[in-house]
Design a binder for this molecule. Structure first.
Ligand SMILES: [Zn+2]
Length: 283
């Protein structure tokens, strides 16, 4: 790589040198733009009033607890004041990904939002990503070791898939995930019994972003994804509409998702949404 870079640099220097030895031309006058004059000093800018020492200008949003309705959401609250708030839960599956998880984390950090990362067995190979997820206030969820359709597995095999991933995460963080997401959303009574035994809770999704649909060569137009996540009226019957309490499914393994996320989050905030994490339901 370094040698290739050096070759490129040499080529660039040669080209630059080539320019220098071409027959001299009359120096051109500097191009002056007449349509974009340099900005003048601000015309009117009223002096901002001094910040009052207290209380803060906008009171902090009331703290409410959000819980998951059934296994598929949405999230809801019993807090009378918070009931009318539009909230969404951001979730990212199938990672961690050395290519894109950091980008997703950067976007969340810039907007002060927390999310759940439902990870698979490669978490063991990327402890630094798992640690960053937790250090920045997000949750690590369990998405099984190898992403099988659990309904095709025996109870013992399901247990290995779920408990094995817990062990892998615990080896990095010292803690077992609480939330579980079934690969493909597919589960049965054995799954639920195992989760109860392990003190865990199933959390699938109420709003599929569709980031896995219509993907060609691993990519799709981020503009389509942005549209589909923000649409209250989906393009077709296989899409789900955005709704208050949406538990939104993304994949932090996809480039277009990482690219679309800033505009998706800004769009949600423009629609009045804030981002929350669910609390475990009382047993
Ligand atoms: Zn998955």
């Amino acid at each position: 790589m370094r040698r290739a870079g050096g070759a490129l640099l040499s080529l660039a220097l040669l080209l630059a040198a080539g320019c220098a030895v071409t027959p001299a031309m009359a120096p051109k006058p500097p191009v002056v733009s007449v349509v974009d004059p340099p900005p003048l000093t601000p015309v009117v800018e009223s002096t901002p009033p001094p910040a009052p020492p207290s209380p803060p200008l906008s009171p902090p949003e009331p703290k409410a607890s959000w819980f998951v309705e059934g296994h598929w959401g949405p999230v809801y609250t019993d807090d009378a004041e918070a009931k009318e708030r539009k909230v969404a839960v951001l979730t990212f599956d199938d990672g961690p990904s050395p290519e894109y998880t950091n980008l997703v984390l950067d976007t969340l950090k810039a907007r002060g939002a927390r999310a759940i990362f439902f990870v698979n067995g490669q978490a063991a190979q990327h402890p630094e990503l798992i640690k960053r997820i937790l250090a920045e206030g997000h949750l690590v969820g369990n998405h099984t070791m190898t992403h099988e359709d659990l309904r095709s597995l025996s109870r013992a095999e399901q247990y290995e898939q779920i408990a094995g991933l817990n062990d892998a995460v615990r080896a990095i963080t010292g803690e077992q995930p609480h939330w579980f997401r079934a690969p493909f959303g597919s589960f049965n009574d054995d799954t639920l019994a195992i989760l109860a035994e392990l003190g865990m809770q199933l959390l699938n999704w109420s709003h599929g972003s569709g980031d896995w649909m219509d993907v060609h060569d691993g990519y799709k137009d981020p503009a389509i994804l942005i549209h589909d996540v923000l649409a209250e009226t989906p393009r077709n019957a296989s899409m789900t509409p955005l709704h208050p309490g949406s538990i939104i499914l993304f994949h932090d393994t996809l480039r277009h998702t990482a690219e679309a996320l800033p505009k998706i989050m800004d769009g949600l905030q423009e629609k009045g949404y804030s981002f929350v994490l669910p609390e475990p339901s009382q047993p």
